[in-house]
Design a protein. Structure first.
Ligand SMILES: [Zn+2]
Length: 308
């Protein structure tokens, strides 16, 4: 059994040709600056559902189930719910907030309206759309603060709602391919949020993305807060082994970051082959593999049919 906890669905017509421009991770990181015309088209085009392509890739690489969330831009949570509706045996939905700002070139100077609307969106996604948690919340969409205590205060409307439903929430770490906000990829601020909401599972995605500067605060926050978890997107075998030895295998989940752009990566190997190889190279035991590949996700997200 393999559950991929980290996928971004929906695409844009402009990205149909992305395959010609993205072969490796390095190509992907620089895609926006190398192909500004294609990137800018994604800011105005209507999004299209690419979940059939996702299911085809899952079948090819032996991925049983997946948690899907919107890619940055104008994709709505309601659209993501439609993908889940089309593949109810394979997909579960995660909601996002403020990911439209993440794709555009500037964040709101005063993000109060987004912050104040967060509680209603959480309730809508969980109660009306049947979503099982929050996908990557890039917090600059809700705060312009740089002090951890002030950041935590700005996240109160969203986190109080999350705490009410006791669902997991993902916060991304390190870099992204999208403009601006790099400051918030350093996860030391998440310590403050995790401490204030001990019953909410907080998933720091990408575990610092193989960069020591981000990996070390990930571990510090993880050691201090039992409710902090990680996914393996972009990490390397050395960091995965360190995290396993430090925190244990109950705190780490499998994820690919599959998306319209990431699914183009095929050097040095296809995306899923690359992500799964990290577990092999880290010398995971059978128990560690099972915990990472599905047990932790099934337990945390309460997938009752497979949780035991
Ligand atoms: Zn992601």
């Amino acid at each position: 059994m393999i559950i991929d906890t980290h996928i971004h669905v929906w695409s844009y017509p402009a990205l149909a040709d992305a395959r010609d421009h993205i072969k490796s991770t390095k190509d992907l990181v620089s895609f926006r600056s190398r192909c500004p015309d294609l990137y800018d088209r994604t800011l105005t085009e209507d999004p299209i559902d690419n979940s059939d392509q996702l299911i085809a890739d899952m079948d090819e690489f032996g991925i049983d189930r997946a948690f899907v969330q919107a890619r940055p831009g104008s994709v709505t949570n309601d659209q993501v719910a439609l993908s889940v509706e089309r593949h109810p045996d394979r997909l579960y939905g995660l909601m996002r907030i403020g990911h439209d700002q993440e794709a555009a070139y500037e964040y709101l100077e005063d993000p109060a309206p987004v912050r104040d609307g967060a509680a209603d969106e959480v309730a809508h996604c969980i109660e009306d759309l049947g979503m099982i948690g929050l996908g990557e919340i890039f917090i600059r969409a809700m705060t312009a603060e740089v002090d951890p205590e002030k950041i935590a205060k700005d996240l109160v409307p969203m986190m109080d709602a999350v705490n009410h439903y006791k669902v997991p929430v993902q916060f991304p770490t390190a870099w992204s391919q999208f403009p601006g906000g790099l400051f918030y990829g350093h996860p030391v601020w998440a310590d403050e949020v995790a401490a204030r909401y001990p019953d909410v599972p907080i998933i720091l995605t990408k575990m610092g993305r193989s960069l020591i500067t981000y990996f070390e605060p990930c571990m510090a926050v993880g050691m201090r807060n039992e409710n902090v978890y990680f996914d393996v997107v972009g990490t390397n075998a050395d960091h995965l082994r360190q995290a396993l030895d430090l925190l244990g295998s109950e705190r780490i989940m499998f994820g690919s970051d599959w998306s319209a752009t990431w699914s183009c990566v095929r050097e040095p190997a296809p995306l899923y082959t690359m992500r799964l190889k990290v577990l092999e190279d880290a010398g995971c035991t059978e128990e560690e593999r099972e915990n990472i590949l599905w047990r932790n996700a099934a337990r945390l997200f309460k997938l009752n049919d497979i949780a035991n």
